[in-house]
Design a binder for this molecule. Sequence first.
Ligand SMILES: C[S@@+](CC[C@H](N)C(=O)[O-])C[C@H]1O[C@@H](n2cnc3c(N)ncnc32)[C@H](O)[C@@H]1O
Length: 381
Amino acid sequence: MISSSQIKIKIEKLAIGGAGIARHDGLVIFVPQAAPEDELLVELTTKKKNFAEARIVEILKPGPARRNPPCRYAHECGGCNWQHLTEEEQRRQKELLVLETIKKFNPNLNFEYLPLQQSPRVLRYRNRIQPKFKDGKFGFFARNSHEIVEIDDCLITEEALTNKFPEVKAWAEAKKSKDLQRLEMYISDTEEVRYGLITDEDDGIGFSQVNRFQNEDLLKTALDWAGEDIYSQVFDLYAGSGNFTFPLAQKYKTASSITAVELNPKLVERGRAQSKDKRLHYFLSDVESYMKRASISKQDLVVLDPPRAGASEYIMRALAASQPKKIIYISCHPVSLARDLKWFFEYAEKMGRKYHLAKVQAFEMFPQTDHVETIAELRVD
Ligand SMILES: C[S@@+](CC[C@H](N)C(=O)[O-])C[C@H]1O[C@@H](n2cnc3c(N)ncnc32)[C@H](O)[C@@H]1O
């Protein structure tokens, strides 16, 4: 029986954040766990002036791309939100979302949009995870909840890590703590499995690319697009422990300096420990503060790979003002990328600087989730 708060809808497409979108009586409705063309009976969970959120009560007719998730925990685990979509559809949606988002913020920008680069692995690709432990339960938080879904495998995680689940669970159990334990497990550079606790004082190993198989393609593309060895200086902003810095230093042999800027002291320490090239300078700094004293010139290359929040208006303006020859922007959130591009091009135009968004490509870095990586090349015309 249909209750008064339940409505029938058909999903048009998917949105940033991963939910399906439908329209009903002038209201845009976001439905988590929906698939394109699903016909659904839903119940509104939130209603605002222009939009609502709803949960699926019943799938009346599944869309053509809906499938049974490969992971048996997918219905409750908060880790993956697109397991119910075929990989082809996940890729199609990501390609569309990146393009639509850039166009929405920058309707007048023309650029070459390359087909999404597929991940070599769609399962067993993660080399760093943060499981939880409490009251004898080892697993991940359930969707929108702090309840732990107990698991004994995670299909998107490399087996070297999942094989250690019993050991890590026993390790956490032995602490005999009543509190929630936030754990971190990862495969080190030397292929060892490491694990430990994340606490208020210690936030773990810090950032690392979680899909090393696809990271290789991303690196190759970034270096390809950066082009020939013609730059005076090379800057790697938001450098982490040097994922891009070291390959850049290797490729750009005639550049007088390679500068990495990173806020996390642990990552800077790891980067500095690896750096033998005298041209390499690793700065422990917030990028915005760094830009206030940076001396980027017209002959330089800038690579930036900010976190999900993106860079800032200040940083994008400072970049446009310093006019590097080329900018390679690597992004893990299409909205912040699109917004940063808008700031950059608006300011560049105001200053009479001719930049061109040459190429954009989406990268399948996080299969089974709505997250997508994007790379963009900006260059002087
Ligand atoms: C997406 S990660 C990229 C790291 C690196 N490029 C890589 O591929 O491994 C973003 C990095 O920016 C750092 N970060 C975040 N906010 C920052 C800021 N305001 N200034 C400098 N670095 C920042 C993070 O610690 C993280 O290492």
